[in-house]
Design a protein. Structure first.
Lengths: 226, 226
DNA sequence: CAAAAAAGGTAAAAAAGTGTAAAAATTGAG
DNA sequence: CTCAATTTTTACACTTTTTTACCTTTTTTG
């Protein structure tokens, strides 16, 4: 389990990092919102712990950017005051938990563990899912795409991409989100791989004319079923 | 899925709106019972979220009026206290669910989703908005503009602009509104892109002479069908 | 009212982004 | 290691978006 810890408190954060590492987590530590974002882009994480109050780019702003890249990753906020507006703003961003400073390391660990467990359970549930796309059935776990009497076994990347389409509630996925979720890499912007895989999915789904993967120029793609 | 949110809490309601929009709903927000009712009359909604306590016209009174207009639409109440009498009154009005403040956004979303699912299990999740413009039919999701036997596939921006025209109830869109909604940018004022796209739509719609996109000098445009 | 200024219309060029077949590189089972 | 499946890169034609250029219309100014 790999955590991203972003906190500008240079005294506290190394201690936090050490404690969590002693509990068996891998921890990447950053001390500003910008550094945190770039760390998130260039790595693969299972959860984020963000200090709300940081100069320049605060924890909420960072959380917005992270949510853009991964709408489901658990985010815990470290916050000094338990102000109502802050709490609401965090909830609106999909905060998974709040930890009020000062906190005990024990408490932090337990909350992190519970949040990850909860999120993992959800993920397992959604991984069981069989998605319906027009008349097709897509089994995420086995990566099988059934259409009528035909069946295609998708490769790992094809399946991951189709899963992203199915799990985004409006069918829209941003190009950078897809790159982040599939390749976990931000320097993929030149590569044409994503285009190639979209092209493959279009071929797989071409028997149903009601199904289309539309391009949104410069933004991403949208799976629509009429 | 289009929701009507009526809540006089000016801090909480925009966050609620944003969160629900992030979850894929279209949300119309109003801050009083009267405004809520007039919004309901002039739009098409799949569900309502009404704050019980509002000055002048409370959520229950509003619910009664809405039920008059549409006896089946799902209504959720936001309520501070869990008072017994309130609960009974709401149930008598056919409340589909109660959400007690303070609530987490996650909880709100889950309840809204469940209520809507229960309410129209047979209807599709995806919004199948098809607008009629003269003799044309415009399918927002697939971005297809059908006119007679012809069909044109609009690009992302062309479709977005036409959608703005269709969704504004008098066909008028302000220039700055369009720039904001399409490009999310206010520093586009010098650019001629909007003019170019209006010009394109005029060409697409030129087969019907009854249809015109008029310019309102210095203000914006208006789509009129005689 | 006439001239200047501001705003708009639209064709066409430029810039940015995309589709997809096919070649090259990588991976992994046997 | 070898071979086949998978992934990445390449190449190039095509599409979409933005900008430019130049002309017309509308509004403002004196």
């Amino acid at each position: 389990m790999h955590l991203l810890l972003v906190d500008d408190d240079l005294t506290l954060s190394p201690l936090t990092k050490e404690y969590l590492e002693a509990k068996g987590f891998a921890v990447t530590m950053r001390h500003s919102g910008d550094e945190g974002l770039s760390a998130f882009k260039s790595g693969t994480f299972d959860g984020c712990i963000l200090d709300v109050r940081m100069p320049f780019k605060d924890g909420f702003s960072l959380a917005e950017d992270i949510r853009q890249l991964n709408p489901n990753i658990p985010i815990l906020f470290l916050t000094g005051a338990v102000q109502k507006e802050e709490r609401i703003r965090g909830l609106a961003l999909g905060a998974d938990d709040y930890i009020t400073k000062p906190f005990s390391m024990e408490e932090l660990y337990l909350r992190v563990r519970n949040t990850l467990k909860r999120s993992n359970a959800q993920q397992k549930q959604s991984e069981k899912a069989i998605h319906e796309i027009g008349l097709y059935r897509f089994d995420v776990a086995s990566r099988e795409l059934h259409g009528g009497s035909e069946m295609v076994k998708l490769t790992a990347i094809e399946a991951k991409l189709l899963q992203l389409f199915c799990e985004s509630n409006n069918g829209i996925i941003r190009r950078d989100t897809a790159l982040q979720r599939i390749w976990g890499d931000e320097d993929m912007l030149k590569g044409r791989s994503l285009n190639v895989y979209v092209s493959k999915l279009r071929t797989f789904l071409s028997a149903e004319t009601r199904i289309e993967i539309l391009n949104v120029h410069g933004e991403g793609y949208q799976l629509v079923v009429r």
